[in-house]
Design a binder for this molecule. Structure first.
Ligand code: TXA
Ligand code: MG
Length: 367
């Protein structure tokens, strides 16, 4: 079982020694905990795929120590393959590091095929977490670090989550406390000519990307010709209890839809946007109806708090022992939410099945 250590200098040295020997380390970042190994060592990277049971078509992010693209040019990335405009855009974005932003750039010659799943691009990010930065400063080269959960499962936001999912597959987890952002980084593809495609929504919004670069952001769902990310499959972050997305809050469903949502379950877990909504909308419970256990993402409707809580709430719902979980809709994304509305709806969309699909759950796990 993995040892969990507070990030003292001794523990960081021990973690660096594990990594130098090609082993895996559980690592806190500001977004979620990562399962780290040396990104330029194919044997170490192979251990990541094996520990997560991750399909080898899903590439990893290389985490770098210093927020400077030129320091990794010619090794991790190959900026020479970008036009001058592409280089300008890449530098403008990397200039905002450290933070929850992954740039997909032309791959440099030092990066093994396994790290990028054979693609000619590589995802790079400089994390904004003192423990991640301290460990990166102690190792030679970047660290590959996917979220530290078994593939397809719920991402970890505490050291205990990492141990619960992968504790028998790694030796050491550094405990940096609960993650402050709570959902994974925004992933953006920088094309050779500087065109931007946002592959995964996160705390860095499309508006911020455009504001920093002056370039409009393409979104694959709306644009069939845009590049895509191998890790963005429909089903992901899934609790092991069946989890159904409701078209409206439970108390607002008509009798037929409500009956369908509840099925014959005796114990139901219900994810609600805010505690304030939960109180306002608590429907009278029928004497012969199921026990309904509500958990809210935020107290009063703060999207940053909802993001921070998201994966912990999904874990808590899964631990209820309910026969069925239901997800009420989040408010539509708006200018007021710092763009987190998109990211929250994206993660909940992948964690749930639509109510219509209740009889035919699917399972396409990838990351
Ligand atoms: O916040 C994060 O990004 C966390 C922390 C640990 O840094 N890491 C993380 O890694 O979420 P992972 O492996 O769970 O997700 C990486 C995503 C996947 O959807 C993958 O397909 C995509 O990034 N990705 C990585 N490299 C790519 C590439 N070259 N082209 C397209 N997509 C890429
Ligand atoms: Mg992941």
């Amino acid at each position: 079982m993995a040892v969990v250590l507070p990030p003292t200098p001794d523990a960081l040295d021990r973690a660096a020694a594990h990594l130098a020997a090609g082993q895996l380390v559980g690592l806190p970042t500001e977004t979620v905990y990562g399962l780290a190994a040396r990104a330029l060592d194919p044997d170490a990277v192979a251990r990541i795929y094996a520990a997560k049971d991750r399909p080898r078509f899903n590439p990893l992010i290389a985490h770098v120590a210093i927020p400077d693209l030129d320091a990794i040019d010619g090794t991790v990335v190959d900026l020479g393959r970008l036009t001058p405009e592409g280089r300008r855009v890449a530098h403008a974005l990397a200039g905002r590091w450290p933070g929850p932003l992954t740039l997909v750039l032309p791959r440099g010659p030092a990066v093994p095929d396994l790290t990028t799943a054979g693609l000619d691009t590589v995802g790079v990010r400089c994390p904004d977490h003192p423990v991640a930065r301290a460990l990166l400063a102690r190792v030679d080269g970047p660290l590959a670090a996917p979220s530290a959960n078994p593939s397809g499962g719920i991402s970890p936001t505490t050291a205990a989550d990492v141990v619960a999912g992968l504790g028998d597959r790694l030796a050491l987890v550094l405990d940096g406390g609960a993650c402050t952002v709570g959902i994974e980084s925004t992933v953006v593809h920088v094309a050779v000519d500087g065109t931007l495609t946002r592959l995964r929504p996160g705390a860095v919004t499309d508006e911020a990307l455009t504001g920093w670069t002056g370039v409009a952001v393409r979104v694959p769902a709306a644009d069939p010709d845009a590049p895509r990310s191998p890790g963005m499959t429909a089903r992901h972050y899934a609790p092991s209890t069946p989890f159904l997305a409701l078209p409206a809050p439970l108390s607002e469903l008509d009798t037929a839809l409500r009956a369908r949502a509840l099925g014959d379950a005796r114990h139901v877990g219900l994810l609600t946007w805010s505690l304030a909504d939960a109180v306002a909308r608590a429907a009278p419970v029928a004497a012969d109806g199921p026990a309904i256990h509500r958990l809210a993402l935020t107290e009063a409707g703060d999207p940053a708090e909802a993001a921070r809580n998201l994966f912990a709430v999904l874990r808590a719902l899964d631990a209820l022992g309910a026969e069925r979980l239901l997800c009420e809709p989040c408010p539509p994304p708006g200018a007021h939410d710092g763009g987190l509305g998109h990211a929250l709806r994206d993660r909940l969309g992948r964690a749930t099945s639509p109510l219509a699909a209740v009889e035919t759950p699917t399972d396409g796990r990838t990351g």
